[in-house]
Design a protein. Structure first.
Length: 79
């Protein structure tokens, strides 16, 4: 059984005009488009939350001060 809830939203006039045009273009209702957009938003947020954190490691410190151009070139060129 599916329940639908009526609600009132305050939507910017320009966004509402775009919504009306897009609904007409697709032959769908504005409610269908809003619901589809919200489902996509929530699905994207859930996917981001499901990602494992990136691993971290200790690199052993710096080999050269990258602000020292000559030292950086020497380290890169093996001099």
């Amino acid at each position: 059984m599916v329940f639908h809830m009526k609600t009132t939203l305050n939507i910017d006039d320009t966004v509402m005009a775009q919504l009306k045009r897009e609904a007409a273009r697709q032959g769908r209702t504005m409610s269908e488009l809003v619901e589809t957009a919200l489902r996509g938003l929530f699905r994207a947020q859930r996917k981001r939350a499901d990602l494992d954190p990136l691993p971290s490691f200790r690199g052993g410190g710096t080999l050269v001060d990258i602000a020292d151009r000559d030292a950086l070139y020497q380290a890169m060129e093996g001099r």
